[in-house]
Design a protein around this ligand. Structure first.
Ligand SMILES: [Mg+2]
Length: 100
């Protein structure tokens, strides 16, 4: 499955939470994204507390993150590849600036 395929699929998922106006969808998905990112951080936090971490649980939470990320991408009207390319350019520019 490509990222484009995943984003297209994610937009077909409808629930009471995702039905409504654009502002409601943006709010719901942004809150979902940050909540799931927190769950990733919580799993990694266990490394500091317990000295171990569960890669499977982190991977599962990363999957939850990508779902909300995908919904937000679709809401912007941009293709995932456009966002990835812009991100790469931005990071490359920062790296190059730091190496000058
Ligand atoms: Mg989760």
């Amino acid at each position: 499955m490509t990222l484009d395929d995943y984003v297209a699929w994610a937009t077909t998922i409808h629930s009471k939470a995702t039905i409504g106006d654009r502002d409601r969808l943006l709010s719901y998905t942004a809150l979902g994204l940050t909540s799931e990112a927190g769950e990733v951080a919580n799993e990694v936090k266990r490394l500091l507390r317990d000295g171990t971490w569960d890669a499977d649980r982190v991977a599962e939470e990363l999957g939850d993150v990508i779902y909300y990320w995908s919904r937000l991408v679709a809401t912007t009207g941009r293709k995932p590849g456009e966002i990835l390319a812009a991100s790469r350019s931005k990071i490359d520019a920062k790296v190059n600036a730091n190496q000058s």
